[in-house]
Each structure stands twice: as structure tokens, then as C-alpha cells.
Design a protein around this ligand. Sequence first.
Ligand code: UDP
Ligand code: MG
Length: 313
Amino acid sequence: MTKLYIAVPCYNEEEVLPDSAEKLRVKLRKMMDEGKIDYDSRIVFIDDGSKDKTWELIRGLHETDTIFSGIKLSRNRGHQNALMCGLMTLREEADAVISIDADLQDDIEVFDEMVQRYEEGCDVVYGVRSKRATDTFFKRFTAEGYYKVLDKMGAKVIFNHADFRLMSRRALRAFAEFRETNLFLRGMVPMIGYKSAIVTYERSERLAGESKYPLKKMLALAWEGITSLSTKPIKLITRLGLIIFLVSLVMLIYTLVRFFTGATETGWASLAVSIWAIGGLQMMAIGIIGEYIGKIYLETKHRPRFIVEEYLR
Ligand code: UDP
Ligand code: MG
């Protein structure tokens, strides 16, 4: 039977933790009693260097019920790092790990379906929001627009999926081969491959407390997503440089016509042409240097070149 672990990153979550922990405990006990998961399944909180009572609460939970475990990071390293820590720490213990935020905005009732998909042979099961009824127009517009920009940049992400997903041990082992330190997990997971599935759910409001993702952190994450998955912005510079250089050729013809019809001041023609030409050439040169830096950047990530799924011999 599936030994299921739930990985929950927590940063200053004292307000929401007791409630979330109880809901998760009830859910897992129910799944155990229904024979859907192993009795050794666990809920693991990863304390991301909280400054409030979060860690004391986790310790207390662990002492009252062994279903709860805790991992404490030495300092705040951000949601993506905390989650990665959880996944990597648990990968050899669990058959499958579901990651979920501490505020339980994601629906824990789809755990059953996730486990079912896993047992049918899926290594990754993505939780996807069916609609964003509880989000403000601004949040919905920016978030969905962002997924589209990522797609244009050539990054493969699952539309409307954040970090609520199940990963099998096999997927986690493969994931351990991704050595990069700048993490944008939802963009990296699809790179693993293997069979995957999607389950949809409705995202609700935070149970209690405030969002730990203020606009600033969100923009940082968004930028991280683009820059860690794609080197297309560099290619855009090269292209822009080329366009400006082509414009300079048009300017050259225009200036020569003006010059020979005598409609120019002395020195204007040479200045006008050289500003365009040099500007374009410089931008192209920066772009070409950037192309190499982009390649160096990708090399330094030491991502696995391939992941073998089966070997028949
Ligand atoms: N979180 C974390 N470290 C941080 C910020 C957030 O571990 O530095 C956790 C937080 O405790 C929560 C999850 O990341 O479990 C998502 O945060 P939140 O629900 O506040 O984000 P939102 O849903 O508002 O985007
Ligand atoms: Mg939340």
C-alpha cells in the first residue's frame, strides 16, 4: 500500500497551523482507515526559519501524534527552497509525496484522486485550479497572463498549476539530479518526464493569517521563473540589435538622398548614420555575447541530460 507523505512548507504560520494540522490529520487517518494509504504515512512540516511560534507548534504536534514530523531550516530560505528540502529529505522514506501550502488553500479532498492516479502508474500528478473564483480580478489577470508569457518564452509549465502536486519516489530521485540552486519548481518538474496526470480542484481562501507572498516576493518568483527556464530574453536583444542595424541602412539611404539634394547641415549626415549603425551593432554584439552567457548559464545548472525510464535487455 502507498506510503504517502505530505510535505508542508511553513513560514510564520502560527495562526493557521493548528487548524491545518488537524484537517490534514483527519484526512490522512480517514484514508488509512479506508485502506487507501499505509499506516506509516506522515505529515511533515518544514519550518522555513519562522520568527513566530511555528516550530514550537510543530514540536508539540509531533509529541502528541507520531503522524506529524518536522524539519527546521536554519533560516528563512523561501518557499521553493523549503519545499525542495522537504522533497529531498523524504524521497527515500515515502512512496509518494504530496506538497501543499500550510494555509490549505488547495483542496485536500483530491488527495484520494492523486493517490489513485499514482497507483495507476503516474509518477507526477499535478493539482490544477479549475477556476479562480476567490481571486481578485487583478490576481487572476496577472497570474494567467504570466502563464501565457512563460509559454511564449518556451518554458513548459502546466497552466494554473502551482506547487500542489504528488510526486513518486522515482520522480523525486530523478528530480534530485537537478542541481540548480535557483528554483522554480513548477517549471522544473515537467522536465522530468514520466507519465503524469492532472486533477482539478477549486482553490479557496486562506484558512487564517496573512499571505506570506507579498507582491514583491511574487514578482521575484515570476522573474525567477522566466530567467531560470528560458534564455529567450537574450535572443530578443540580438534580434532588436539586428532590427536597429537594418533601420540604420534605411537611414543611410535617406541621409544620402538628403545630402545630395543639398538639404542638410554640414556634419549631420555622418552623425545621423553613425548613431544608428553603431547603436545597432553594439546591441547585436551584446546579444551575441549574451547567447554565449546563456549557454554557460544552462551548463552551470548541471541538469541531467536524460533520464532513462526503462531498459530492456
Ligand atoms: N512560505 C515559506 N517560506 C516563505 C514564504 C512562504 O515556506 O518565505 C510558505 C507559506 O508558509 C505557505 C506557502 O509557502 O505554506 C505559500 O504561501 P502563501 O499561502 O502565503 O502564498 P499565497 O497563497 O498567498 O500565494
Ligand atoms: Mg496561500
